[in-house]
Design a protein around this ligand. Structure first.
Ligand code: IVH
Length: 691
């Protein structure tokens, strides 16, 4: 193999691994580590390599999967027509340039003295969706995906009240097929509520309502119906099915409203660009008072005739533009840099700021991420810095105001360069940074900071849920050296705990009782409690469903772990390494010997005879006569298991109407396909029907 190709192959493998990991972080853990732009960059690099060296397109390439949702377990369908995106204008000049392009394109056919009639609409910061109605009945809801093909999220849209099951018949005439486009958003109040609940459960809060909405829509496991019910669908386009004679975007919005959809009430006709700019300013001023987040104004040419004449270039129409709001910024003083030590020993520098208001919230700290980031921005204590919130809850330090540093230096003030400490601020161990890594770490596994964070993690509600074991108590237990490793927690005795400061007999009894209760857990919760990197609720659930017991997981090879649907190479490596480590194995053994336990797999636990579906793996697809959860429950009660996507290990595909790619795959792999009646028979213990 030519050296160049070898190198490309190595890089492609690396990229595929990275993309898998980021997919898992984004889609399964809802906690992306990199921005969308950075993700797109990795993806583009892989695309380039794969098109240059076609032989590289391996089975595990993220590019083998359709849409933007690898490993998601949703069926995919082509859109009725492509779901376009919008070009952006960042300022008035760019907006005027857009109008000039329109005039130029229309040329002589349009009187350039005439003002163009626009419709200005809020640019909703959510997740684009296509709803297809057949004879007025909701047939399918698709995510935007890659614009050509989307994922079938109909089941998850059912609980959303503003997605009508039927178009209102008293409205505009109902066409045989209507393709309605709009945005799924999570209103501010519900977003705040969701994040409060997540923080209370010790889960990371969502960065913004957009991520939270997209995450809610794409839930596969343990669907949270309350989260779905809090979503809102706002309609803004009709790609197919407009009543004949529809001449304007305004009448499209009227049609949508007449069918029962929510149409943004802030939308306005604007006579000429100046009126559109005025609307943009009004929306900008009022954005924080709106119930949903918006990040600009979409300005669309009202006349459908003009829209048709203008058409589209590549991914965006020529007749509309997104006029974006500038990010909200403020300047303040960087008073200091504090270093926090995380659960994995990572040192995170945190900027301590003179409190400042940005976009409606007071900001007094913000993460500086790592040493490279500090150097890239040349951030020094004493600097005046610009803080920004761009749609995200988490503020960023954008840059240093250098003029202010120069002035300060002239006045004799010092601005020393900042270096992360060479010693861990908590245990004084020498910190280290591995070649190729951006993170500086404290390598001491017994570092009290790591232990404290690990204990808090173990005690949180999603893990062993130890009632009353909060931050202060954890600090006391570690500082008094009563707890030197996780398992020490379960060896604590009442008198010991009672001897802690501000601790009475009753509180000590309560803690010991809570610890006793938390010993009975599930395998998934136990895996979360161990604090393995990248193992959150979803991955723990996947592992526990796959292995059923701890022993086979501890005996599994990296390849076996990685072969599980939804587990990427980084996660597999992290799990494998953790479980291979002698100290960790001893900890696991000690935790179990101190009484931490969970029910064995279903068959062993109940001691019952085999159930009709024991050992069988099912995939559901297409539209079924009841919500998927109904079938999931029926199958699981009969001892079967639901998996997200079709593979050689699948025993049956239960297919409803309009089954798509999964049905094709099942047929290719010769997997038995059942309809609902067939499934029912199987559950009743009758011989498997042949379909
Ligand atoms: S119209 C052909 N109207 O913004 C026109 N899009 O950045 C397609 N969006 O993909 C879209 N608010 O998901 C339109 N009032 C609005 C919108 C809107 C938000 C989203 C949409 C689109 C994205 C482009």
């Amino acid at each position: 193999m030519a050296a160049k190709q070898k190198q490309a192959q190595k890089r492609a493998r690396q990229l595929a691994g990275e993309l898998h990991r980021h997919d898992a972080l984004y889609y399964q853990l809802d906690s992306p580590e990199i921005s969308d732009a950075e993700y797109d960059g990795l993806r583009r690099e892989l695309n380039r390599l794969e098109s240059e060296f076609p032989g590289l397109l391996g089975d595990d390439s993220p590019n083998q999967r359709v849409g933007s949702a690898p490993a998601s377990g949703f069926d995919t369908f082509p859109h009725r027509s492509p779901m376009l995106s919008l070009d952006n204008a960042m300022d008035v000049d760019e907006l005027r340039a857009f109008e000039q392009r329109v005039y130029r394109f229309l040329g002589q056919t349009f009187d350039s003295q005439r003002k163009i009639q626009y419709i200005g609409e809020p640019k909703l910061d959510g997740s684009g969706v296509e709803l297809i109605y057949q004879n007025g009945k909701l047939q399918r809801g698709l995510t935007r995906g890659d614009g050509q093909t989307g994922e079938d999220v109909t089941a998850n849209l059912n609980p959303v009240r503003s997605v009508p099951e039927r178009l209102r018949s008293s409205g505009a005439p109902i066409p045989p097929v209507a393709s309605i486009r709009g945005e799924i958003v999570l209103p501010r109040a519900q977003f705040a509520e969701l994040n409060r609940a997540r923080i209370a459960r010790d889960q990371d809060p969502f960065a913004n309502p957009r991520n939270a909405a997209a995450g809610a829509l794409r839930q596969i496991h343990d669907i949270d119906f309350n989260r779905l019910r809090s979503l809102e669908f706002r309609a803004y386009a009709l790609a197919e099915g407009a009543p004949s004679g529809t001449a304007t975007q305004w009448s499209v919005l009227e049609t949508l409203a007449s069918w029962g959809f929510i149409v943004s009430p802030e939308s306005r006709p604007c006579q000429g660009l100046d009126e559109a700019i005025a609307l943009h300013r009004t929306l900008l001023e009022g954005r924080n008072a709106m119930p949903v987040e918006i990040d600009g104004t979409v300005i669309k040419i009202d006349s459908i005739d003009l829209q048709n004449r203008l058409g589209a270039v590549a991914r965006a129409p020529r007749w509309a533009i997104a006029f974006k709001f500038p990010p909200e910024q403020a300047s303040t003083l960087l008073e200091g840099i504090e270093v926090q030590v995380g659960r994995t020993g990572a040192l995170t520098p945190v900027a301590k700021l003179a409190p400042v208001q940005v976009g409606g919230v007071t900001v007094s700290n913000t993460s500086l991420h790592n040493q490279d980031e500090i150097e890239r921005k040349d951030v020094r204590v004493g600097d005046t810095v610009i803080i920004q919130r761009a749609g995200d809850v988490i503020p960023q330090l954008v840059r240093v105001v250098l003029d202010e540093r120069i002035k300060g230096a002239q006045a004799g003030r010092k601005f020393p360069r900042y270096k992360l400490p060479a010693k861990c601020p908590v245990c004084r161990a020498a910190t280290l940074r591995l070649v190729g890594e951006s993170v500086t770490r404290c390598p001491n596994l017994d570092c009290p900071a790591q232990l404290k964070n690990n204990l808090k993690h173990l005690a949180h509600r999603g893990a062993l849920d130890v009632d009353g074991l909060g931050e202060k108590l954890v600090d006391q237990l570690v500082e008094s050296e009563m707890v030197k490793r996780l398992s020490d927690l379960f060896a604590l005795e009442v008198d010991q705990v009672e001897s802690l400061e501000r601790m009475g007999k009753k509180s000590a009894d309560n803690l010991i009782a809570a610890l006793e209760r938390s010993k009975s857990t599930t395998l998934a919760r136990f895996l979360i409690a161990l604090g393995i990197r990248h193992v959150g609720e979803t991955i723990a659930e996947i592992l526990s469903q796959h292995f059923e017991e701890l022993e086979p997981l501890m005996a599994a090879s990296i390849d076996e772990i990685e072969a599980i649907e939804g587990v990427g190479p980084t996660i597999a490596e992290s799990v494998f390494r953790f479980l291979a480590d002698t100290a960790n194995r001893q900890e696991i053994e000690r935790l179990q010997s101190l009484g931490v336990q969970w029910p064995a797999s279903r068959a062993v636990e109940t001691g019952e005879e085999e159930q009709p579906l024991t050992g069988l793996h099912f995939v559901l697809t297409g539209s079924l006569s009841a919500p998927r959860d109904h079938f999931k429950e029926r199958i699981e009660r009969a001892g079967g298991k639901i998996v997200g996507s079709v593979s050689k290990k699948t025993d049956y595909l239960v297919a409803g109407e309009k089954a798509g790619s999964k049905l094709e795959k099942a047929q290719k792999l010769n997997i038995s396909v059942l309809d609902e009646t067939g499934l029912e028979k199987l559950i009743q213990g009758e011989p498997p029907p042949t379909a």
